[in-house]
Design a protein around this ligand. Structure first.
Ligand SMILES: Nc1ncnc2c1ncn2[C@@H]1O[C@H](COP(=O)(O)OP(=O)(O)OP(=O)(O)O)[C@@H](O)[C@H]1O
Ligand SMILES: [Mg+2]
Length: 251
């Protein structure tokens, strides 16, 4: 089933950069869709369109449509706050709030009006388990989040998104600053998470793309060159440019 439908999406930043050119693709529910390709291809721009983070940047023109379960994401009437609850985002650098571990996870729910301690406790444990962090931190939930290692902070940021029970999780190079062990934990967590969520991931390498992708989209200078199942694109790419990139002939 398609969770997100992207139709003829084009975007030009105010300085004239044409960052997305007529992108049409569907994002399948309960799967990991990877957006990969060289720097400047438009991967982050597309992610930011999906939860309207681009509202904060200067855009000259944007056209096309994005439908989330049929709801028009780019419609000016769309409530951006509730959209961003449905479509959560994890960034390359972990940004923890200056609160305790627990505080980081309950913040969003408390803002949304949740007061019951038992429900908050439940969300804290569930989200930490889903982010493969519970065992490491269950005895120190009252410690400042900043005291965690980088890899733990990144998983805490993932848990913070999960605590709000989104439908879609966007991840922009979430493991780029992490050691291989923490990277492995995040990748493992993703395999569990896709059972409950739709995941759109910009990986930090072709290798990570190949390891994680159920579906993969290759972006080059704002163009969607090839979109296929991960297995196909990394073993039998149809397009010459995809093949050259996957085989490391250009970066
Ligand atoms: N806020 C902005 N204002 C103007 N141009 C931008 C802005 N953000 C991105 N761009 C331009 O849009 C194009 C696509 O950038 P984007 O960040 O989406 O690429 P990317 O595929 O995520 O690259 P990377 O792998 O380096 O993260 C680039 O040419 C970039 O310079
Ligand atoms: Mg990027």
């Amino acid at each position: 089933m398609d969770k997100i439908v992207i139709e003829h999406l084009s975007l030009q930043y105010a300085d004239g950069t044409e960052s997305l050119r007529d992108i049409t693709m569907n994002i399948v529910a309960n799967a990991i869709t990877v957006l990969f390709g060289p720097a400047g291809g438009g991967k982050s721009t597309l992610l930011r369109c999906l939860n309207r983070l681009n509202d904060l940047t200067e855009i000259k023109t944007a056209s096309g449509r994005i439908l989330l379960d049929g709801d028009d994401v780019l419609d000016p009437k769309t409530d951006v706050i509730s959209l961003r609850r449905r479509v959560g985002m994890v960034f390359a650098r972990p940004v923890v709030l200056p609160l305790t571990l627990r505080g980081n996870l309950t913040y969003g729910l408390e803002l949304a009006g949740e007061k019951h301690k038992s429900r908050l406790d439940e969300a804290v444990e569930r989200s930490l388990r889903q982010a493969a962090l519970w065992d490491e931190v269950k005895d120190r939930l009252g410690d400042p989040a900043i005291a965690l290692s980088g890899g733990q902070q990144q998983r805490l940021c993932l848990a913070r998104v999960l605590a709000n029970q989104p439908e879609v999780i966007l991840m922009d190079e979430p493991t780029s600053g992490l050691d291989p062990l923490s990277t492995g934990k995040v990748e493992l967590a993703l395999q569990e998470l896709k059972k409950d969520y739709t995941i759109v991931l910009v990986p930090h390498s072709v290798q990570q793309a190949a390891r994680t992708a159920d579906y993969a989209a290759f972006f080059l200078q704002g163009e969607l060159v090839e979109y296929a199942r991960g297995k196909e694109i990394f073993t039998h790419p149809k397009n010459k440019r995809t093949e050259d990139y996957v085989e490391g002939r250009f970066g």
